[in-house]
Ligand binder design. Structure first.
Ligand code: PBG
Length: 326
């Protein structure tokens, strides 16, 4: 036998051979596209720090949803910008709140779309924290009730799945119990189980106008240094009845996605967050990287690490890229 005995290059010679042994794939139905809903009519405003991402008024949502479906994106997750904010975040659970109206509009006009909702108070509180306050602290147990009310109001409006992102302890079981008591036992909970206190959320806080007015979120979101604690958080959410476990952000936490994939049998989702999106967009705009290829490679890395589902602002772009490149 001539040296080298084994030549991995043999199977890389043509695209057909490469495709034959490709270990990881990404399909449009594995992506969830985030939508920001704002008050008003006929409004479509680009988020400055997130090129290509728009805040839309309720009447503009159906067209956007149809565009998603056309490229194969079948699920969206809704975030709301309310008309008014208060200390208790009451806009989050108002029957006619911005997200509740958005859900009804989408389920009415584009019923084949799956509508997931983000359950959190931070876009609705005047102080910008994810729960209500006791002094200067976010009060866990009084917040739970408000989160459950929010999830229930989303389900009543027609949401297909709820996704709590607040990081209060015990929220999954509180939400599960409330949904079940109100006959919404078939509505799944995608828990932001492992959510880090991350600087990568910066552009989102501009988009959703939800930066904390004092302090930061480190007393409830996780310390980026911790990995064992991620397993503990995920275990709690599994015990409380979560249907999907999410890790957030994604790329700086691929090791966490991989650990969750190994340790749990529930589906794992990863949120490729606003800052991760913005960095690729900015470098591509400068001509420093090939934006499409970096997007594809990045999203593939999240799948390779073990995520079944990716929440990403690139969903439509990636679906188009996949259609053009297969
Ligand atoms: C709300 C929420 C945030 C994100 C998703 N849900 C912001 C935060 O926790 O500060 C971030 C999403 C992104 O950056 O793309 N709690």
């Amino acid at each position: 036998m001539v040296f080298p005995e084994y030549r991995p290059r043999r199977m890389r010679r043509t695209e057909t051979l490469r495709a034959m042994i490709r270990e990881t794939r990404l399909a449009p139905e594995q992506m969830i596209y985030p939508l920001f809903v704002m008050p008003g009519r006929e409004r479509r405003e680009e988020v400055p720090s997130m090129p290509g991402v728009h805040r839309l008024s309720v009447d503009m949502l159906a067209a956007e949803a149809r565009e998603c479906l056309q490229v194969g994106i079948r699920s969206v997750i809704l975030f709301g910008l309310p008309e008014e904010k208060d200390a208790m975040g009451s806009g989050a659970y108002a029957k006619n709140g911005i997200v509740q109206r958005a859900i009804r509009e989408l389920k009415d006009k584009v019923p084949e779309l799956t509508v997931v909702t983000d359950v959190c108070l931070c876009e609705y509180t005047d102080h910008g924290h994810c729960g209500c306050l006791a002094g200067n602290e976010v009060d866990n147990d009084t917040t739970l009730e408000l989160l459950a009310k929010t999830a229930l109001s989303h389900a009543r409006a027609g949401a297909d799945m709820v996704a709590p992102s607040d990081m209060m302890d015990g929220r999954v079981s509180e939400i599960r119990t409330t949904l079940d008591e109100n006959s919404f036992h078939m509505i799944p909970i995608m828990s932001y189980a492992v959510k880090y206190a991350s600087a990568f959320y910066g552009p989102f806080r501009d988009a959703a106008d939800c930066a904390p007015q004092f302090g930061d979120r480190r007393s409830y979101q996780m310390d980026p240094a911790n990995s064992r604690e991620a397993l503990r958080e995920a275990t709690l959410d599994v015990d409380e009845g979560a249907d999907i476990l999410m890790v957030k952000p994604a790329v700086a936490y691929l090791d966490i996605i991989s650990r969750l994939r190994d340790e749990f049998d529930l589906p794992v989702a990863a949120y490729h967050v606003s800052g991760e999106y913005a960095m690729i967009k900015a470098a591509a705009e400068k001509g420093w990287i090939d934006g499409d290829r970096v997007m594809a490679e990045t999203l593939l890395s999240i799948r390779r690490a073990g995520a079944d589902i990716i929440l990403t602002y690139f969903a439509k772009d990636m679906a188009r890229f996949l259609a053009d490149n297969t």
